[in-house]
Design a protein around this ligand. Structure first.
Ligand SMILES: [Zn+2]
Length: 168
């Protein structure tokens, strides 16, 4: 074994010293450069790079986050229940149609559920009702700045929406 500092052969027991931040196995002479020892029985510290390299990709907005940003209409639970009943569907029928659990439908009607956008869309489509303030949540542009000034595009959208509602 050679001294990692001076390169001379180490006779006998080597010294383990931390020199300039590095763990060195050194001879008795070079051991005097440092009085900071390290323990050769412990595994070497993991390279720091590996940990900090964890990727920090921006998260995509999930359906749930979108749903939270979207306001459900007032008494949406009752609206769902009444519309469903008018169509002659039990909770069980309705749940089967939507491929959802009965409990999900029940809680949704009781307004005790934080529904995903997917579920909201399915219910809307099946019952032909509107559950959220924004008729179409395709772009998300309006949702991200609900209090901001309206662009001409937004106003046109609103106008279209109003007209649609008059027809229905
Ligand atoms: Zn040495």
């Amino acid at each position: 074994m050679r001294c990692e500092v001076c390169g001379r052969e180490i006779f006998g027991q080597p010294y383990y010293r931390v020199i300039e931040g590095g763990r060195m196995t050194v001879c008795g002479g070079c051991a005097q450069f440092s009085n900071q020892e390290w323990d050769p029985r412990k595994p070497k510290a993991q390279p720091m790079r590996r940990r900090s390299a964890a990727s920090t990709r921006p998260r995509r907005r999930s359906d749930i986050e979108v749903a939270e940003a979207t306001e459900l209409v007032e008494n949406y639970g009752e609206l769902i229940r009444k519309t469903r009943q008018r169509k002659g569907m039990t909770v069980e029928d309705f749940a089967k149609k939507l491929s959802e659990k009965e409990s999900v439908i029940k809680n949704f009607e009781k307004e005790q559920l934080n529904p995903t956008m997917t579920l909201i869309r399915k219910v809307q489509r099946e019952l032909g009702i509107t559950l959220i303030e924004e008729a179409e949540v395709g772009t998300g542009a309006v949702l991200t700045r609900p209090m901001g000034p309206r662009t001409l595009g937004d106003m046109l959208k609103l106008k279209t929406k109003e007209e649609d509602e008059e027809e229905g």
